[in-house]
Design a protein around this ligand. Structure first.
Ligand code: PLP
Length: 455
């Protein structure tokens, strides 16, 4: 364990470091960011020595848990053999080819081709350019419009944030860029409270068809959606929603893009969310769990038909990144997938720790502040309300209670995230039963404490 001068580092953080998605004034007022210095299994430690159970797997990514020595070794060995080479010069590296083959096997069906990037946002930029180029090659250049959902999260780059449906992100930088249409999300607690679940799911999907018809079916290129919206608040679509979305896409010949940046590689108890919900996308965005966050890498899975269209053009797809298929990141991702397979972690999420998590979370349903708990695999959410049995929020304004409960959880030794008034969780696949029970006990104590503050 190394010793750090934490007060000095926090001062430097304020002076020089700009953290992501942050209020810089608030961080300054707080005396700098909390400096995280080490981690093991499902626990992180800050520089002041606090142990915090990581209910968010970092940022929805550290699926195999922290402290995997074999991932460090694989990176070290690959760096010595070949630390870098690109794929621009009709060249490829061994780890990139092997990882593409591995991912294609997991995706199955027609999804047999993989384009590499370094982040989920970059993957969705790849989607954006690939889809529009594809339709041009198909002789339908007027098919340019993407349909997405309000409150979806598809990244922070210009295309990613535009495809996403976060109004507060659009408000900065003049987004979204043209050609993106946002429709309602399948968020029953927020937008269909008390409605029959299936009827609500159909209503949400029907908005997609209505928008296709108003834009003009021959102008729509693709629909993009997360199987379960993560950053929007762990929004689990009602039964029948995805089947209807797929049918609509097929009816109008629109490409279906599954953004599996969070849900990919086992988070929902299947390798991919589209397998869990039973639909077949044309393109899949993947990141996070691909390397369990040990190194930055993302992948865009592409159908054979799309690649055959690119091949038929006999022209370059003029898109790519310096770090596309980075050999060290690819080698680490490959070993990470091996760990998930060897330790049967997808089965563990589906049949063991996922159901335990679901049961433990449900036990919070009796708390006066809890409007709903929900989970899918190892994604979970707690809705905080001011009046039991309703979806009313404290002070009548969304977002007042979530941060209070979140801060109480963190003070109690559990890292969770507040999305407005929804507490979300995404623990590592290796979290133990006892740790899940501890998570829930901390949340209950935080809710009790917050009830007094919010009253
Ligand atoms: N897509 C989804 C569904 C995500 O959840 C995220 C990040 O949370 C992204 C895209 C963007 O990924 P990144 O932050 O790696 O750019």
């Amino acid at each position: 364990m190394r010793n750090y001068d934490i007060p000095a580092l926090r001062k430097q953080d304020i002076a020089h470091h700009l953290p992501a998605q942050a209020n810089y004034k608030l961080i300054q007022d707080l005396g700098g960011s909390r400096i995280i210095t080490r981690a093991e299994g499902s626990t992180i430690w800050d520089g002041e020595g606090h142990a915090i159970l990581d209910g968010m797997a970092g940022l929805w990514c550290v699926d195999v848990g922290y402290g995997r020595e074999e991932l460090a070794k694989v990176a070290y060995e690959q760096m010595l053999e070949l630390p870098y080479y690109n794929s621009f010069f009709r060249t490829a590296t061994v780890p990139a080819v092997e990882l593409a083959t591995k991912i294609a096997g997991l995706l199955g069906g027609e999804l047999q081709h993989v384009f590499f990037n370094s982040s989920g946002s970059e993957s969705n930029d790849t989607v954006f350019r690939l889809v529009r180029h594809y339709w041009t090659l198909k002789g339908k250049p007027e098919r340019q419009v993407f349909i997405s959902r309000r409150n979806a999260y598809h990244g922070s780059t210009v295309a990613g944030a535009s495809l996403g449906g976060m109004a507060f992100m659009h408000a900065q930088g003049g987004l979204p860029i043209p050609g993106i249409e946002h429709v309602m999300q399948p968020y029953q607690f927020g937008e269909g409270f008390g409605e029959d679940a299936e009827a609500f799911g159909q209503r949400a999907a029907d908005e997609i068809e209505a928008r296709i018809l108003s834009v003009g079916p021959d102008k729509v290129a693709a629909f993009i959606g997360e199987p379960v919206q993560g950053a929007g608040g762990v929004i689990i679509p009602p039964p029948g929603y995805w089947a209807r979305v797929e049918a609509i896409c097929r009816k109008y010949g629109i490409l279906l893009v599954s953004d599996e940046v969070i849900t990919g590689f086992g988070r929902l108890g299947k390798w991919f969310g589209f397998q869990r919900f039973g639909y077949t996308p044309d393109i899949v965005s993947m990141a996070k769990g691909l390397s369990s966050g040990y190194l930055p890498i993302s992948a865009t899975g592409v159908s054979h038909e799309i690649v055959e269209t690119l091949r038929a053009s006999n022209d370059d797809f003029v898109h790519g990144y310096t770090y596309s298929g980075h050999p060290v990141a690819a080698a680490v991702a490959l070993r990470n997938l091996e760990i998930i397979e060897r330790e049967k972690l997808v089965d563990r999420v589906a049949g063991d720790i996922g159901p335990h998590f679901a049961r433990a979370l449900k036990s919070l349903d009796d708390h006066p502040l809890v409007g709903e708990t929900r989970s899918c695999g190892l994604l979970g959410a707690v809705e905080i309300v001011s009046a039991k049995g309703t979806n009313q929020r404290f002070t009548g304004k969304e977002g007042a209670a979530g941060p209070v409960v979140r801060d109480a959880c963190i003070a109690g030794g559990l890292m969770v995230r507040a999305i407005r008034d929804t507490i979300v969780m995404c623990p590592p696949f290796v979290i133990t039963h006892d740790e899940v029970d501890r998570m829930i006990a901390i949340i209950r104590a935080a809710l009790d404490e917050s009830a007094a503050v919010l009253a």
